[in-house]
Design a protein around this ligand. Structure first.
Ligand SMILES: C[S@@+](CC[C@H](N)C(=O)[O-])C[C@H]1O[C@@H](n2cnc3c(N)ncnc32)[C@H](O)[C@@H]1O
Length: 256
């Protein structure tokens, strides 16, 4: 097979760029050359469902390149709108309160914590129960030269001004997108909201000012009911670019 044939395949250009260490222009100018055997091994692995991000240990998020490896959730574009919302909120609160302390709970590869640290002047602390995730998150913070503290912790154990999280929120009956990402990054009980609810109750008890949480597109009604039951009335759901509900901003301290 020649380069020109491989370029027609899904991810063909990306796999060739990576294994030949050449850019797209080079590939087009040399599309009559034969492709190496390695291409087929990788192409077939990806076609069988293995995430391409784990093969080349890289993923793009919020315009930046991050390290990723098996054992850690691959960050999704969907989360970018949550980060954007959190950055706006933190920068708004900062004006009135000086430097803020922010917790990124369930940090995974650390992408949220790192973008918050890059785009605000908040002190950032990130937590996860997964040691591989924390190792990857620390590596990413170093790559991006940002200051953030990474802690192994069940949810969080200290107070801050703002909490942001993309917690596991998938209903237990749903199938994962692939067999390779860790279960504990996805599942949040029968209705998916077990961990979301725990985070909200704990943050309320610990006097956080505000939370920004990613949730599933179908969880707005259930979560509204829960928030009202807890006498939390200042909250707003927000959507992604496709118009689907993607998260909720909750103001716990009415004076913020
Ligand atoms: C949906 S992933 C989000 C990862 C990352 N924030 C992102 O957006 O790509 C959820 C993460 O929560 C972590 N997690 C699950 N249960 C947790 C708990 N009780 N305390 C802290 N982290 C937890 C998982 O290990 C996983 O890394």
């Amino acid at each position: 097979m020649k380069i020109k044939d491989a370029l027609k395949l899904k991810n063909g250009d990306y796999i060739l760029e990576k294994i030949l260490n050449k850019d797209k222009v080079w590939l087009f100018l040399n599309d009559d050359k034969k492709i190496p055997k390695e291409f087929f091994e990788i192409y077939e692995k990806v076609e069988s469902g293995y995430p391409i991000e784990y093969i080349f240990n890289e993923v793009y998020f919020y315009g930046d390149k991050f390290f990723i490896k098996e054992g850690v959730l691959i960050p999704r574009d969907d989360t970018e709108v949550v980060v954007e919302r959190a950055i706006k909120l933190i920068n708004k609160l900062k004006i009135e309160n000086g430097k803020l302390k922010v917790i990124d709970c369930c940090t995974g590869s650390g992408v949220i914590a790192i973008e918050i640290a890059k785009h605000t002047n908040a002190t950032v602390i990130a937590t996860d129960i997964n040691e591989i995730a924390l190792e990857v998150a620390k590596k990413n913070a170093k790559l991006h030269n940002v200051e953030a503290e990474f802690k192994k912790c069940d949810l969080f154990n200290e107070c801050a001004d703002v909490l942001i999280a993309n917690p596991p929120y998938v209903e237990i009956t749903h199938k994962k997108p692939n067999d390779y990402e860790p279960d504990e990054a996805f599942y949040g009980g029968v209705d998916g909201l077990d961990i979301v609810k725990k985070i909200i109750l704990k943050a309320k008890k610990m006097n956080f000012k505000a939370l920004v949480l990613e949730i599933g597109y179908n969880q707005q009604l259930l979560l509204t009911k829960f928030l009202k039951e807890q006498n939390i009335n200042n909250f707003e759901f927000f959507k992604d670019l496709a118009g689907n509900i993607r998260g909720v901003e909750i103001i716990l301290d009415e004076n913020s």
